[in-house]
Design a protein around this ligand. Structure first.
Ligand code: FAD
Length: 476
């Protein structure tokens, strides 16, 4: 029975955990990173963000090729070799996971492969291939992440009922694929499978897909999905599933009426749950919220003073960059460098076709909270670059405080929205005004010009649109 002493132990090597371990090592701490998977990188790198974006990129080629016909370029029907597609996607993951391992080595972070369990607030037991090890530490950061929720009624043990993890392995291209849940994971994977040739039906219990984003940002994706998928059904609930031969019989309910349909595969993407079963949290003073996420303060500190928690396991927005930011907050708190910030801005990106990205205050939130804002919109039909991308269906919007002219929020839907949003995160973080955005020269022809012109819309003088409005008129 080996015992290990360290200053900091980080449990879980996802974008929260490895970011915390690296940052702490950079600050001179002796760090042990415990991960039960063979590869480092967590859900994001091994079965989330990266493999999904690799598949989206590969399958985008198919839709791009098809869409080229009206531009005078015609390709033949694609031949899809799933083994090769999978191998390429896996090679991307392996390359990046290998990179994380090398970076750990370079920093002197010790990696221990095994499953961690808290014996008490000061001791972590790790089950490794070489037996149990007991780790004593000054502080621990819990970064064990989350996993797909699988309601009992759907959990038949039938491999044709998949979570995102199995769907990302693309076991085959089912003729009929049902996606339960129209959140970003369902919509992104629906985009992949529809491009590969599946007839995709998305069923969403709420009144809209992609809730959280403003309705005007969702519309172009809704239009795309209505064309590319067989159907998108909102206000529809899946009640039960059963196995019928090689298919899944699905009972759904909408408007009080029940229907039955057969599918070749079903993807259940109805949310994520914290990953702390069998972690020994009951042996610590850690408390959880009503949904089971670990409760933390603004320093990411749990109710147990030596234990910090970050990322998906603490709830809120379940995104990789939120986990990585919380990693730094926790490490700064542990090293005594924590500085209280205003609430930080967490951008969200949905990598559908087209992409949606937003940050800061949304228009919906402003309405709900009764915050007075001006919303400026620049439609991409007026952007030269959007036309050359054959992507005129986009929109850039700014949510502006009319009194101070400060940018409070922003949203973009269209080609490359995920890359464009960072300028607006920066603007909000810096307290920029619409004037700052309007006065900064954006290169032509780029999609980033839509941000500048959107700010000009606020002042009523955007070059490529005409706005009849009584907005404050500032001379440029
Ligand atoms: P995780 O990445 O979940 O890592 C937790 C790690 O802890 C895992 O490696 C796990 O093996 C390990 N672990 C758990 N328990 C133990 C234990 N007892 N002992 C040892 N190790 C343990 N986010 C984005 O920002 N952008 C995206 O595009 C995006 N796409 C996604 C697509 C899909 C299909 C999915 C499922 C998620 C996606 N996400 C995306 C979300 C993102 O993956 C998560 O927000 C992120 O991985 C959370 O990071 P984390 O460090 O909190 O935990």
């Amino acid at each position: 029975m080996e015992s290990i002493k360290t200053e900091l132990v980080v449990l879980g090597a996802g974008p929260g955990g490895y970011a915390a371990a690296f940052y702490a090592a950079d600050k001179g701490k002796k760090v042990l990173l415990v991960e039960m998977d063979k590869q480092l990188g967590g859900v994001c790198l091994t079965r989330g963000c990266i493999p999904s974006k690799a598949l989206l990129h590969a399958t985008k080629m198919i839709t791009e090729a098809r869409d080229s016909v009206h531009r005078g370029i015609t390709f033949g029907e694609p031949k899809i070799d799933l083994d090769k597609l999978r191998a390429w996607k896996n090679s991307v993951v392996e390359k990046l996971a290998g990179g994380v391992t090398s970076l750990a080595k370079l920093r002197g972070v010790t990696v221990l492969q095994g499953r961690g369990y808290f014996e008490d607030s000061k001791t972590l037991r790790v089950e490794t291939a070489d037996g149990q090890k007991f780790v004593n530490y000054e502080a621990a950061i819990i970064a064990v992440g989350s996993k797909s929720a699988m309601p009992k009624a759907f959990d038949l043990g039938n491999p044709r009922i998949m979570t995102s993890r199995e769907a990302l392995e693309v076991p085959d291209v089912p003729e009929k694929l049902l996606i339960v849940g129209g959140g970003y994971i369902g919509m992104e994977l629906g985009t992949v499978y529809a491009a590969l040739g599946s007839k995709v039906v998305v069923v969403e219990a709420l009144g809209s897909i992609l809730t959280g984003a403003d309705a005007d940002l969702i519309r172009p994706v809704q239009r795309y999905a209505e064309k590319a998928f067989q159907e998108v059904r909102v206000k529809t609930k899946v009640v039960s599933m059963s196995t019928v031969g090689k298919q899944i019989k699905v009972v759904m309910e909408a408007d009080g009426k029940k229907t039955e349909e057969l599918y070749d595969r079903v993807l259940v993407s109805v949310g994520r749950v914290p990953n702390h079963a069998d972690l020994g949290l009951e042996n610590t003073k850690i408390t959880k919220d009503e949904r089971g996420f670990i409760k933390v303060n603004e320093k990411q500190q749990t109710n147990d003073p030596a234990l910090y928690a970050i990322g998906d396991v603490t709830g809120g927005v379940l995104l990789a960059h939120k986990a990585s930011r919380e990693a730094r907050l926790a490490v700064d708190a542990i090293t005594g460098d924590y500085e209280s910030l205003d609430k930080y801005i967490i951008p969200a990106v949905v990598f559908t076709d087209p992409e949606i990205a937003w940050c800061g205050l949304t228009e919906t939130e402003a309405k709900q909270k009764g915050i007075t804002v001006k919303v400026a919109r620049f439609p991409w039909g007026a952007s030269g670059r959007a036309q050359t991308f054959d992507s005129p269906d986009g929109l850039t919007k700014l949510i502006i405080d009319p009194a101070t002219e400060r940018v409070l929020g922003a949203g973009i839907v269209g080609h490359g929205a995920g890359e464009l949003i960072s300028e607006l995160v920066f603007a909000i973080e810096m307290g920029a005004t619409a004037y700052d955005l309007a006065a900064s020269i954006h290169p032509h022809p780029t999609l980033s010009e839509t941000i500048m012109e959107c700010a000009e819309v606020f002042y009523g003088n955007a070059t490529h649109t005409f706005t009849r409005k009584e907005a404050p008129r500032r001379e440029g």
